[in-house]
Design a protein around this ligand. Sequence first.
Ligand SMILES: [Mg+2]
Length: 191
Amino acid sequence: MKKRLFIDMDGVLARFHDEENYLVRMYNAGFFENLRPFGEMLQAVKLFMRCNPHIEVFILSSLIDSPFCADEKRRWLRRYLPEARNVLLVPQGVDKSDFIGELTPLDVLIDDYNKNLFSWKASGGRAIKLVNNINHRGLIGEKWRGDLIQYNDMPFATCHKLNTYYEYAQMDFAEYLQAALPVALPVASVG
Ligand SMILES: [Mg+2]
């Protein structure tokens, strides 16, 4: 089965929700192009791409109704993540999992928005929530209880977590034990 990693931009790679008055300013020219990056996440993605040339990595970001958004997101990526070859910009109002189509557990999405995570999971993919500096406080809607990555985790740790997931995703628990503990542990006798 094909392994694919899909990565959201706003709130995951780019600092979006902590921009002052962002709900108004996001329609202005220059807003998306000038968002500050989450440095550790960018480094983690770069590291993951270098270590896993056989895994397809996609940027999967939703557009808003602004004439600047698409071009500025592409320019932002050329500046901060020129390695990204596959950039998918989803029209406003279209669900990300619907946009991609058929998903398997080896289609991993990293996103900061619960709605996208629940929908991706319901469609058969694997969803991981990016916990950034403002979200995941349980203030709005159903809380996400699945896998998490923290925005400021060490890049190596985030990369390792993803690698481990792809490595073991298709195993059941017995196979996992076999792989992780090739030497049988002695069973302690009782009494
Ligand atoms: Mg987002």
